[in-house]
Design a protein around this ligand. Structure first.
Ligand SMILES: NC(=O)c1ccc[n+]([C@@H]2O[C@H](COP(=O)([O-])OP(=O)(O)OC[C@H]3O[C@@H](n4cnc5c(N)ncnc54)[C@H](OP(=O)(O)O)[C@@H]3O)[C@@H](O)[C@H]2O)c1
Length: 305
């Protein structure tokens, strides 16, 4: 039976779609969405893996509804926790490399001095989504498979549901916006993640590579949601896209109640990633420009005046 080189799970999510475009599907990589590889249907998932025998699995599938997770505890654990144990077990038994993504929410840091978080820092998630993702990390770690887990923060793209698209839309609908200004993090364009992965993968596949583990993945700078919203709206206006918003007001997290408690600090120390893989992801402003370029190519008329 022919062996698949790279299998991308969660192929229709915002990160999965970008990975599919970056790696290209066909000869070397294939992508499966939920209907073909469901993390809630583990026997079927194992049969699919047995049929494809991938050398590398990139798992971009996850339960990602942060607020809903507070009411769907079992479901979020099943998808982000239990299924990761099964996936990692299969990878160990088949000597397959597992690339997985985790989240800033595993840290649960609300330190208002915003220290840069290291992989070795305590993990005390504030909500169920973070807890379920942490469970997944631990299950992968103890499986004995070869794995790289990249903790990401504030992921966005020109498709899917995300802060970038919401701010673009609101920027042309409302005179005034209010955005949280006391949560700090690194907005990460899916294209930046996919390009980095493309560089890393050959290194990780070389015989002798042994630095399996968890890595923070983000760029050198960090901003608040308020700063990010302002940047999106200003850059859109600079491109001649329709703009209604005149003012972006600052809110505190306390003034923006949500079902799941949000941490204040998602600032990452990415020294370990840089030391291991020899480069740093591109700066946030560059990612935003690239995302806007792609958006403009895909939907040329959407935001025109
Ligand atoms: N978005 C962020 O800000 C952020 C931040 C930090 C880390 N991350 C991590 O980055 C990774 C990618 O996230 P994303 O932003 O691309 O999320 P996303 O757009 O929500 O994509 C997640 C994908 O997982 C699929 N999925 C959900 N339940 C599944 C199941 N039972 N079986 C198979 N597939 C299932 C979804 O399928 P459906 O389309 O059918 O629902 C969706 O396509 C995740 O591990 C996430 O935890 C994200």
């Amino acid at each position: 039976m022919k062996t698949t080189e790279i299998l991308i799970l969660g192929a229709h999510g915002q990160l999965g779609s970008t990975l599919i475009r970056t790696f290209g599907v066909g000869s070397a990589a294939i992508g499966l969405g939920r209907s073909q590889a469901d993390l809630q249907k583990l026997p079927e998932l194992v049969s699919t893996l047995n049929a494809l025998k991938p050398k590398v699995i990139i798992n971009a599938a996850a339960y990602t509804a942060v607020d809903k997770a507070e009411d769907e505890i079992e479901l979020s654990r099943q998808i982000n926790g239990t299924a990761m144990a099964e996936l990692a077990k299969w990878c160990r038994e088949n000597d397959t490399l597992l690339i997985h993504f985790s989240t800033d929410y595993v840290y649960g840091s609300s330190d208002k001095t915003y220290p840069a978080l290291k992989e070795s820092d305590p993990t005390l998630p504030l909500g169920q989504y973070g807890k379920s993702k942490l469970e997944g990390e631990l299950n992968i770690q103890k499986s004995g498979c070869r794995y790289l887990i990249f903790r990401l923060s504030w992921v966005y793209s020109f498709e899917g549901n995300n802060f970038f698209l919401t701010m673009l839309r609101l920027g042309q609908e409302r005179e005034s916006l209010s955005v949280v200004a006391d949560q700090m993090g690194y907005p990460t364009y899916t294209g930046t993640i996919a390009e980095a992965l493309k560089q890393i993968l050959p290194m990780a596949q070389k015989p002798g590579f042994s630095q399996w583990g968890i890595y923070n993945f983000a760029g050198p700078d960090f901003v608040s949601w308020h700063q990010f919203a302002t940047e999106i709206i200003e850059q859109a206006a600079a491109r001649g896209w329709r703009k209604k918003t005149q003012e972006v007001k600052k809110l505190t997290t306390d003034q923006w109640p949500s079902r799941a408690k949000r941490q204040l600090n998602s600032r990452f120390d990415c020294g370990l990633f840089k030391k291991t893989f020899g480069f740093q992801p591109s700066e946030h402003a560059l990612g935003l420009r690239q995302c806007m370029d792609e958006f403009q190519k895909k939907f040329p008329e959407k935001f025109r005046n």
